[in-house]
Design a binder for this molecule. Structure first.
Ligand code: MN
Length: 489
């Protein structure tokens, strides 16, 4: 889907046709100019002067699948009772862009005509009130429209809105059920579909095995060539790699046939398969598919959504799991990995992933599964967990700083990422556990905490952020108040 955003400018008839012509001309100019700097086109739609015009444009925006959101601005005053009928029916993400055409107040030129034409400071307040009064979910971005920092913020919000659009059409393919007895990977799929749009359904492992048996040697040869071009082969067990290729081709065919962008499986249900998909899942993730281990469909869908939100970034959003701590005072780190399935988009530029085969002591693997092994890259990132609180969803986001792993770990047969959690390891862990965050997360170098907050608001779910200033005491209070607020909602 090629997404775009609509620019809807508020005005009124009071100033006469000449002023309205100027407003429209400038709004067109701004949309065209801004589109050069934003990740998605901003399309000028209307200078709205009546209740009917606003109601109509909102109906059109709701109906148009390619419209990922609307951006409003009031060049002049625009009485906001005209906006009520539109805003109460708005189903698309909404950003109020509080800007102004002119950068400066022109000392010599300014008179009452100039004031009437250029009164965004006035008009945007009237416009802002009605959204506050109606409790309309929105993002407010203020600043000069030619400012690079403003482009950056508008662009990030657009990507959150695209995440919302992708969420509404998300389909997750589950191969079998969740890992037995695990609580945090469970969840109310009916509620998730009503709230987030996710269609989460199951396919039998036997269906996958049948699909795998139909894969041809020629198809496997072609994918083997791709593996060889991207990765170093560090095993003699070519059959194990070819088996992963077979699994990948079969899973991709099934997902593409059903329009699924995410999948989940579990090592406890591989009936008829020789290997847990490792390399297969990793290579699928690198193509934008979401994945969750142990049947974790929530983290799988979130991975696919955050990959879509990060489009144009470095492509690094991936399924992750907190594994082990390094608790040495002054050098405290978390080590993240998974039993196989870490997306190679996380790999440091210097660390070309290696395909290795090793015994996997867990689950029902008859043969040693092939997997990609590499070191994760450095940089600021976030980890995100979506949990089901019973009757509602909570999105938890923590700021982390990824580092080059401080040791080689030559016997660790999986890809690994090492990071410092904020505010620090122990307080960060206390906050995460207090909030109920899962061991599975989406780790992203592309998407920011602010973008996840915006996304959560668009989806109307709770958002909890753990950052450099978070304390357990404050977080406990926030969670308590949130619980009350969401019960009242
Ligand atoms: Mn896991």
């Amino acid at each position: 889907m090629k997404y775009n955003f609509w620019f809807v400018v508020g005005s009124q008839f009071l100033y006469g046709p000449e002023v309205l012509e100027i407003v429209e001309g400038r709004a067109r100019e701004m949309a065209e100019e801004l589109s050069r700097y934003l990740p998605y086109p901003l399309v000028y739609k209307v200078t709205a002067k009546t209740n009917q015009e606003i109601t109509e444009i909102v109906k059109e925006a709701n109906y148009d699948d390619s419209c990922a959101g609307i951006i409003t601005w009031c060049h002049t005053f625009s009485p906001s009772k005209m906006w009520i009928n539109g805003l109460v029916n708005l189903q698309k993400p909404y950003c109020h862009f509080a800007t102004q055409y002119n950068l400066e107040i022109p000392n010599d030129e300014i008179d009452m005509d100039f004031m009437n034409l250029n009164q965004a400071a006035h008009g945007d307040r009237e416009h802002g009130f009605i959204a506050a009064r109606l409790r309309t979910p929105r993002k407010i971005i203020a600043g000069y429209w030619k400012d690079a920092a403003v482009h950056e913020r508008l662009g990030r919000w657009m990507k959150s809105a695209v995440g919302a659009a992708v969420s509404k059409t998300m389909k997750v393919m589950r191969f079998g059920d969740n890992m037995r007895e695990v609580a945090v990977t469970e969840g109310d799929k009916v509620y998730a579909q009503a709230k987030l749009g996710w269609q989460v359904n199951t396919w039998a492992t036997g269906d996958l095995v049948a699909e795998m048996n139909a894969v041809t040697e020629a198809e496997i040869d072609a994918l083997m060539e791709e593996y060889t071009s991207k990765y170093d082969i560090a095993t003699d067990n070519v059959d194990a790699i070819r088996y992963q290729a077979r699994e990948e081709i079969a899973m991709k065919k099934m997902m593409d046939r059903e329009g699924c962008m995410a999948f989940a499986n579990t090592f406890q249900d591989l009936y008829g398969m020789e290997q847990l998909p490792g390399l297969a899942s990793q290579h699928l993730m690198s193509q934008g598919y979401g994945y969750g281990g142990e049947g974790d469909w929530k983290v799988s869908a979130m991975t696919a959504i955050m990959k879509a939100m990060g489009e144009g970034g470095n492509g690094a959003s991936a399924f992750m799991e907190d594994y082990t701590y390094h608790l040495v005072a002054g050098s405290e780190y978390s080590l993240g990995a998974h039993m196989l399935e870490v997306c190679p988009s996380l790999a440091a530029p210097s660390a070309r992933p290696r395909i290795e085969t090793h015994h996997l002591g867990i689950g029902m693997n008859e043969k040693d599964p092939a997997r990609l092994v590499f070191e994760g890259k450095e940089g600021n990132a976030i980890v995100v967990s979506l949990i089901d609180m019973g009757g509602r969803l909570r999105l938890i986001c923590q700021d982390i700083i990824c580092v080059k792993p401080i040791m080689e770990m030559p016997n660790l047969p999986v890809a690994r990422v090492m990071w410092k959690a904020l505010p620090n390891l122990t307080e960060g862990v206390e906050c995460w556990i207090t909030a109920g965050g899962a061991h599975h997360t989406v780790l992203s170098y592309d998407v920011t905490a602010e973008q996840m907050k915006d996304w959560a608001r668009m989806m109307d779910i709770e958002f909890v952020h753990i950052g450099k200033d978070t304390t357990v005491a404050e977080l406990e209070k926030e969670l308590f108040y949130n619980d009350l607020a969401w019960k009242l909602k």
